[in-house]
Design a protein around this ligand. Sequence first.
Ligand code: NDP
Ligand code: GDP
Length: 339
Amino acid sequence: MPRALITGITGQDGAYLASFLLEQGYDVHGLLRRSASADVIGERLRWLGVLDQVQMHDGDLLDLGATLRIVERVKPDEVYNLAAQSFVASSWQQPVLTGNVTGIGALHMLEAVRIACPGARFYQASSSEMFGKIQEPVQSEKTPFYPRSPYAVAKLYAHWMTINYRESFGLHASAGILFNHESPLRGIEFVTRRITDGVARIKLGLAKELTLGNLNASRDWGHARDYVRAMWLMLQQHEPSEFVVATGRTTTIRDFCAIAFGYAGLVWEEHVRSTAALMRPAEVDVLLGNPAKAKQQLGWTPEIGLEDMAAEMVEADLARHRARLGTAPTLVDVRSTAN
Ligand code: NDP
Ligand code: GDP
């Protein structure tokens, strides 16, 4: 039975990847950082019905000793380094932490693999944000990088370290340059989830409007379930490499609003407001990927389209809010428990 170690297993991609690898017959292990909210930390894995099928190891990417001991204990065949401070907007508020976790954290994992398990295959979660201020209208593995946020700079460091460890020490280390990918398990702070959550609230009468930032930005959005398959395919190749994973279609925030609100029978212009307070210090205006190499070498193609994904996300957010409405304590309940 092949054994995989996933960092970031509690995040969107970690949960989908764990579920996918279990289906492939893997023994799945995850690095879990200690949290005071232990009861909710496995929520995504629970949502996918796999929480009790993965083995967790207490560790933090900031702690080299911990990562080293875990890799030594698990002796994985494949390591997927997905853990990161992954939210671009927060990276201006916490640039040092972002550099440490997203950049140096990846180096800790590379060191742990190099020292304790050099035969393991390594996947690094690189990002289309590294293209930033785009140097070509359509970005491929050959497009020069121009990062525009502390997050993107940290990812670029991790990206080059992955390549460097392959070239220096012969590690089977690959990097997936993944364009934005979403799902019902996307963090609530990212724009697609903010929109589908907003749609659900407005539809259920819990809110009247939704405040967003720059509506003109444009992203190449795919579905996380499709993208974790590409990660796995990369580690099944004889030769490690870099791969762009994208759909080849770009959509503005404005148009995503139209799709998501339209699905719920709402007119987005009646509810969405844009505020300068949510604009970023430096913006990535547009991203559009060319996944030709992944298609040719990995045989990968995305299967879930944007409209279907938006519908799935809106439905999931409607269900979440309906469930909360059903179980939320009434004012009387709250008062009685306070007594
Ligand atoms: P999430 O933000 O959903 O998940 C991040 C994960 O990293 C969580 O499990 C989180 O744990 C963990 N983590 C954060 N800090 C640490 C730490 N110090 N030690 C250990 N674990 C830590 O990200 P996604 O699943 O969306 O993305 C996965 C990876 O892919 C990330 O590296 C992201 O930057 C990258 N990426 C994502 C893209 C996307 O569109 N989703 C696009 C391109 C790249 P906890 O639950 O405890 O917070
Ligand atoms: P990113 O591409 O990793 O930064 O993913 P996000 O989903 O956080 O942001 C995608 C784009 O949406 C960026 O250009 C943001 O400026 C833009 N955007 C507009 N309004 C919002 C908002 O309210 N929240 C977020 N997160 N992004 C927004």
